[in-house]
Design a protein around this ligand. Structure first.
Ligand code: HEC
Ligand code: HEC
Ligand code: HEC
Ligand code: HEC
Length: 152
């Protein structure tokens, strides 16, 4: 009997270390994982309210028409009629609220136009696209196309 448990310490010690590890993990998890985590899914439930409280940064294009009648008319007359102002100019709620305080940044024209029009087999064939390496390379798009009404 005595010899049978002679070496039990070899099992008890690693078992103790293992249990200690488990306890430490449980304590750490309890302090580090934020409350509400996992309530709806693999994220912190409180993040939803925090995001809802962020100010809206898009004004919506109806507002732009109050002051920019010319640009709106030009845009509506051409093939960009379905492209919203803020799709090209970025979120502009601050600007629409107080034009003196904030202005939309100048569009980076080459990057802007190619974002939608660079030819790609992934795009539907009806969508007008150009391979910019062959389409008048070295010239800025707006030297030929008016951004608000791009048909020549
Ligand atoms: C309350 C009037 C008002 C509203 C609403 C308004 N703007 Fe403006 N916007 C201005 C004024 C004023 C200027 C400055 C014109 C100038 O400096 O010649 C301006 C300038 C701009 C410019 C040129 C910036 C530059 O660097 O010259 C852009 C682009 C612009 N607005 C886009 C928009 C868009 C997009 C909207 C809708 C989300 C909008 N604006 C709503 C009054 C307004
Ligand atoms: C397809 C992209 C695109 C759309 C959509 C668009 N813009 Fe622009 N807009 C531009 C670009 C690019 C410029 C800069 C032109 C330049 O620098 O020569 C510009 C310039 C402007 C300016 C400065 C004045 C000028 O003519 O240079 C105003 C104001 C403006 N846009 C308002 C608007 C409003 C309001 C709408 C919505 C009705 C709108 N834009 C829609 C691309 C766009
Ligand atoms: C947010 C996406 C978007 C951006 C950015 C954009 N366009 Fe367009 N563009 C469109 C859509 C949508 C159409 C209409 C669908 C079509 O004709 O295939 C169009 C049509 C056109 C056409 C065809 C005109 C015609 O009637 O034959 C030209 C040219 C054009 N865009 C040039 C430009 C230029 C230049 C810029 C940069 C200043 C630009 N686009 C930026 C979406 C965009
Ligand atoms: C030197 C003038 C010039 C420049 C610069 C230019 N284009 Fe064009 N673009 C044209 C002409 C002319 C057409 C119509 C004939 C054609 O399809 O080649 C056209 C047609 C288009 C079309 C419609 C294609 C179709 O299938 O009907 C798109 C989209 C377009 N351009 C986008 C751009 C973009 C984006 C840039 C900048 C990267 C740009 N263009 C620069 C002259 C120009």
């Amino acid at each position: 009997m005595g010899t049978r448990w002679k070496d039990a310490a070899h099992l008890i010690r690693p078992a103790a270390v293992f249990i200690l590890g488990l306890v430490l993990f449980a304590i750490l998890r309890g302090t580090v994982v934020p409350p509400g985590f996992g309530l709806y899914g693999h994220y912190r439930a409180g993040a939803l309210d925090e995001n809802r409280m962020k100010p809206v940064r898009y004004a919506g294009q109806a507002v732009c028409a109050d002051c920019h009648t010319g640009e709106v008319a030009a845009r509506n007359a051409g093939s960009h009629r379905t492209v919203s102002c803020e799709a090209c100019h970025g979120p502009a709620a601050n600007h629409a609220e107080d034009p003196d305080k904030a202005k939309p940044p100048k569009p980076q024209i080459a990057a802007l136009c190619t974002r939608c029009h660079e030819a790609s087999t992934a795009k539907p064939a009806w969508f007008k696209q150009v391979a910019t390496r062959q389409h008048y390379p070295g010239n800025s798009c707006e030297s030929c196309h008016q951004p608000h009404s791009p048909k020549l």
